[in-house]
Design a protein around this ligand. Sequence first.
Ligand code: CAA
Length: 263
Amino acid sequence: MDVTNPENVSFEVTDGIGVLTVARERALNALNDKTLHEILGVLDQVRIDRNVRALVLTGRGEKAFVAGADIAEMAELGPLQARRFADLGHRVCGRLERLEVPTLAAVNGFALGGGLELAMACDLVYASERARLGQPEVNLGLIPGFGGTQRLLRRVGIMRAKEMIFTGATYGAEQARDMGLVLEVVPHAQLLPFCLEKARLIASRGPVAVAQAKRAIQAGADVSLASGCELEREAFALLFGTADAAEGMRAFVEKRSPSFRGA
Ligand code: CAA
């Protein structure tokens, strides 16, 4: 699989902000095997490139963020191949969730099935007023396969997650916001500029601090309060060994803006 020259995703970095666009517009950006591998390739690049300080994920075209896993491709799979396909989707979502840098989903249209699962693996989800979100797998005789049963219940609570997954219904952007799946609904044309602005704001803060905060919050979602608080104390102390923390506190005392180096 050639991930150095991807066909189904595009990736650009401007002023420290990476924009990863799923770009299979003819299939509403549906995730086939090749596209998932290409996304993994970009995430690997982001992981090692210290110039990328935040990642925005979006979909090409006017209609879709990602309309799910590729149904035509899935229709050919037997159970073992389906297991490998699910492993691949989980790898993508897990790697996205564990990226050091903050990730923002700009949901510009349909985010269904694997598309919603991808968005839920991002730290912050913003949606255009045209977005429609849902886990419609039961309509295909399936269930979510890229982590949807687990991440959805953590986002919206167990009963709402069951309703969404049992009915396969799709929801508008404002309903999704009211359920806690989306942070803010933005006019369609403003969505990407809005997310870039938010990404730039976060990227201007101490990168090591943001990464440590992300790690503590993310890990804290799955452990006891006592274990989560211990993680926080460790991360807090660790930051006092960074040049950025010294600079941040000195800049405050000297009444000037800090200049962070990410170290
Ligand atoms: N997989 C493959 N192709 C897809 C696709 C998908 N998930 N979603 C859309 N497409 C294709 C359509 O087949 C169509 O292709 P052709 O032009 O070659 O016929 C093209 O994209 C445009 O789609 P529509 O003509 O259907 O567009 P529409 O505006 O009428 O409807 C839609 C839009 C409601 C999103 C509809 O396309 C749809 O229901 N798509 C499927 C959504 C879905 O079920 N997603 C979950 C997939 S399962 C999954 O994701 C499992 C998992 O958790 C891992």
